[in-house]
Ligand binder design. Structure first.
Ligand SMILES: NC(=O)c1ccc[n+]([C@@H]2O[C@H](COP(=O)([O-])OP(=O)(O)OC[C@H]3O[C@@H](n4cnc5c(N)ncnc54)[C@H](OP(=O)(O)O)[C@@H]3O)[C@@H](O)[C@H]2O)c1
Length: 259
C-alpha cells in the first residue's frame, strides 16, 4: 500500500536509535524526506550514514526538552526541505524509581523529557503546518493505560498526559487541517531495552502478552507512519495501542493451552 508520503517531509525527535530510528527508516521507505534529532552527535552521524542510502536525511543535534532547540530544529528542517508535513514526538524516557524516591530534580527531568518535549514538538510543528496541513504523532506508552507500580512511577501518568495533550492539540489545530494522534507502544526490543532488561523480566512480559513476544521497533514505527499518512486522513484525536495484546485479559495463556 502506497501511503502517499512521497516527497513530503517528516520529522522524528530522537531518531538516532530504537523506535525513532525505525520510524525514520519507514518514512524513507515511503519516499519521504526525513529529519532526525538527538543529543549525541556521534550516534546521529551513525544513524544518518545508515539511513542515507534510503533517501534524503537531515540529522541535527537538538535537545527535545529545549524549546529553543526544537524551534531551531523545525526551522532548519523546513529551510532544508522546503516545509514539513509530519512530526513525530518520539523522545521520552523513564528512570527506575518508586514514587516516594523521586527527588525534585528527577521529577523535573522526567516531566521535561516525557511531557515538555511533546509540547515543544507540537508548538514547533504548528508554525510550519498551519498553512499546509499536516500530521503529528505523540509516542506515549502502554504505561499510560497500565503502569508499573513501585518502578518508574511517574512515567505512566506522564505518558497519559502525552496522550491527552494530543487530544487538546488535535482540537486546537483541526481548523488548520492538522491531525494529532498518539501511539501507545508495548514492550519493544530497542537497544536500550535490550541492554537493561533481565531474562526474568522478559519472560514475565511475554507471558502477559497475547502474542507472547516483545515488539520489534519497526512494528511500532509502521503504525506511527500510517497515522501520519493520508491513508489516515479521517483519524485525529485518537490513540492506537500497539502492545501485542498486553494486559487485556486475566488469562493470557488461554490460547496456549495453559488455562
Ligand atoms: N522501548 C519500549 O519498550 C517502549 C515502550 C513504550 C513506549 N516507549 C516510548 O517510545 C519512545 C522511544 O523509545 P525507545 O525505547 O526507542 O528509546 P531509546 O532507544 O532510548 O532512544 C531514544 C532516542 O531519543 C533520543 N533522545 C533521548 N532524549 C532526548 C532528548 N532530550 N532530546 C533529543 N533526543 C533525545 C536518543 O538519542 P540521544 O540519547 O543521543 O539524545 C535516541 O535517539 C519513548 O518515548 C519511550 O518512552 C518505548
Amino acid at each position: 500500500m502506497e501511503l502517499g508520503l512521497r516527497g513530503k517531509t517528516a520529522v522524528v525527535t530522537g531518531g538516532s536509535r530504537g523506535i525513532g530510528f525505525e520510524t525514520a527508516r519507514a518514512f524513507l521507505q515511503e519516499g519521504a524526506n526525513v529529519a532526525i534529532c538527538g543529543r549525541d552527535t556521534i550516534a546521529l552521524d551513525e544513524a544518518r550514514e545508515k539511513l542515507s542510502p534510503l533517501g534524503n536525511v537531515l540529522a541535527i543535534k537538538a535537545d527535545a526538552t529545549s524549546r529553543v532547540d526544537m524551534e531551531r530544529f523545525a526551522l532548519k528542517t523546513a529551510q532544508h526541505f522546503g516545509g514539513l508535513y509530519c512530526w513525530v514526538n518520539n523522545v521520552g524516557a523513564s528512570i527506575k524509581r518508586a514514587g516516594e524516591q523521586y527527588t525534585p530534580e528527577e521529577i523535573r527531568k522526567t516531566v521535561a523529557v516525557c511531557f515538555e518535549s511533546a509540547v515543544y514538538g507540537c508548538q514547533s510543528a504548528f508554525k510550519y503546518m498551519k498553512d499546509t496541513g499536516g500530521a503529528i504523532v505523540n509516542v506515549s506508552s502502554l504505561a499510560a493505560r497500565c503502569g508499573t507500580a513501585g518502578r518508574s512511577t511517574l512515567y505512566g501518568p506522564l505518558k497519559a498526559a502525552v496522550r491527552e495533550l494530543a487530544v487538546m492539540f488535535a482540537a486546537e489545530y483541526a481548523a488548520y487541517n492538522i491531525r494529532v494522534n498518539t501511539v501507545l507502544p508495548g514492550f519493544t526490543m530497542t537497544p536500550t531495552v535490550e541492554r537493561t532488561i533481565s531474562s526474568e523480566e522478559l519472560a514475565y512480559n511475554e507471558e502477559g502478552t497475547l502474542l507472547r513476544r516483545m515488539a520489534k521497533p519497526e512494528e511500532i514505527a509502521w503504525p506511527i507512519v500510517f497515522l501520519c499518512s493520508n491513508k489516515a486522513s479521517y483519524i485525529t484525536a485518537t490513540s492506537l495501542e500497539v502492545s501485542g495484546g498486553r494486559s487485556v485479559v486475566l488469562n493470557p495463556g488461554f490460547s496456549y493451552g495453559e488455562d
